[in-house]
Design a protein. Sequence first.
Length: 759
Amino acid sequence: MKFTDGYWLNQPQFEIQSPKEVFDYRKSNDKLVLYAPFKYVNERGDELNLGMSTIELTSPLEGVIGVKLIHFDQNAKTPSYELENEHPKIEITTNDNSLSFKSGDLTAKVPFKSHFELNFLHKNKEITKSMENAEGVIYDKSTGKHYMREQLSMGVDELIYGLGERFTAFVKNGQTVDIINKDGGTGSEQAYKNIPFYLSSEGYGVFVNQPETVSFEIASENVDRTQFSVEGESLQYFIIDGPTPKDVLNKYTRLTGPVALPPAWSFGLWLSTSFTTNYSEETVLKFIDGMHERKIPLDVFHFDCFWQKGFEWCTLLWDKEQFPDPKGLIKKIHNRGIKVCVWINPYIAQKSQLFKEGQEKGYFIKRKDGNIWQWDLWQAGNGFVDFTNPDAVKWYQAKLKALLDMGVDCFKTDFGERIPVDDAVFYDGSDPKREHNYYTYQYNQSVFDLIKQEKGDQQATVFARSATVGSQKFPVHWGGDCLSRYKSMADSLRGGLSFLLSGFGFWAHDISGFEEQATPDLYKRWTQFGLLSSHSRYHGSGQYKVPWVFDEEAVANTKKFVDLKLSLMPYLFNEAVNTHETGTPLMRPIFLEYTNDRNTYYLEREYMLGSKLLVAPIFNAEGSVKYYLPAGKWTNILTEKTYDVANGEWFSEIYDNLTLPLLARENSIILRNPNAEHAEYDYSNAPDIHLYEFTDSSKETTRIVNEKGKPVGHVTATRNGNTIALSTKGLNGTSKVYVHNNGQVKSFTLSSASSVLSL
């Protein structure tokens, strides 16, 4: 939201007051409170008829400093984000000239009784600051509304990322971003997953701890600053110190909640009925058996909306005309080694038999006149389950439990964005403006916790569209309604990378697009991208997404890349466990791995899959691709072509429909099992060990985890001259070792836990 008219003037309807100096302070063991009036106090008479900001400095984690700006100290509103507090050691230093608040290597420093600025330093080096007149207490004379604003300075080369799954430019400089969840598809400035957290290229992050709409101006209204504002009388934000982007993400996810580890089977291929297509038990089994006949492994089958009767979503009952024996059907699917997912949302149509039940018990969001808040958007007369009501949560969970008891394994938790604000009343009195974004957290938590309770911690997963701060605790998320176009495929990747820089670890998208009709070439290229993503699901609206409806090459393409992903699971699941432990996303922008190469900071059409593999999807029918490789030796694991890059280089190439740039960086150990038939298996059982371009004197170790994510061993490789010493622990069976060196591949049979391999 913009308040100024150019650099010098305010817009005429806004009255803006800012702290001029810190006149007084109070300190305790864990808090420093600053009192900063709106003009300089030179004599006692200046203390009259004068407002001030109260600024509270706290620290929930080492290296994280919270700043709360308060004009009027009003009653706290709900809901609020659930934040962790590790009670770090704090150092508060005061003297006649300055005040400082230190947590770890991060210090907030402010002059005392001098011109106001709040400076943030990493090891005494400034990373950003709130300058004089940056903080604002704002009154809108035309509406009577009050706002709080902060502006943080930016460096000459500073770039800003994150703010959720945004489909606008990857680098957010120059953009206006409003943090409000909307169902706007993947082709606009609106987003399903809005996160008031951004990551700076300068090695710090900023999290605005406000569930309501936060308006960001990123080097836009003031081109030298990142600005954020909210309506109200207070504003809290946290400066999160790095110094690396990975360090920032680690601290952010420790603060807002760890990224949960999805079950191993969820990394396999998901196949959907699609949305408006005609489907029944016969159709479902035909698709599943068709995949089996073509030797394409399948891990999850998803039933979209029409597993229920039309106009009755979400009644959470099977349409018995199309599915006369759902329990028997689920058993048939399970007998084929496949999990079952069904679509749900938190809106109950008036025709549904659940509506009257929820109405009588008061389980829906209401209007101020006591009636249910209803509209006809999506389903006729639907109401919204009120997750602030504990009894409504139990009621909703009981309906889902009946499906879990029937054999359903997980739920696609769709929607959760268009939550009413105007004339809306929540059971616990929550502020509708704060509840709008927070609703998705309560919705997905209710579903996720139920699955954990019924299936166990290691089996819990959802397939969610909407998200807010903390939703990383309830994976997985997918990108929403995209078009069946190459441009939309690229938009999806850009949005996903933005999302994954916002504290989330796992992400998927509708392979070949949701809306419109995919062409065979698009289907094949998106299949490659989809199977080289964290999670992989074929889904669409009015088009079946099984490969044989496109052409025979699509069948070969699907089989090849499903087999590839399953073979990589010993590598991928170890990387996923690392995501759970550290907050570093599984799919990640390349600059997270190459922070010293500024050329990587703008890359939005390629990414790292884990720490060792670089993927450059192809976004056209001709198979042409331009991509960048940072310095080092790289090997395309599909073609064995090698690249010896001295200082970073762009490549322009053409690939057929069965290949693309998929490159292992030098000194990589990648474990694979080419015989895998599902995503979940014993990853320690005789995996192939691939050693890629080990440089002299290099030593690398990779962890071996089991299918539950527990470490069970390791592989260590050390190169000395023309030999590589290999040691292993925890492997079962006999593994093959493949040494990739200067474009040549040598294979060995690992006969003992320690071996010396000749190049």
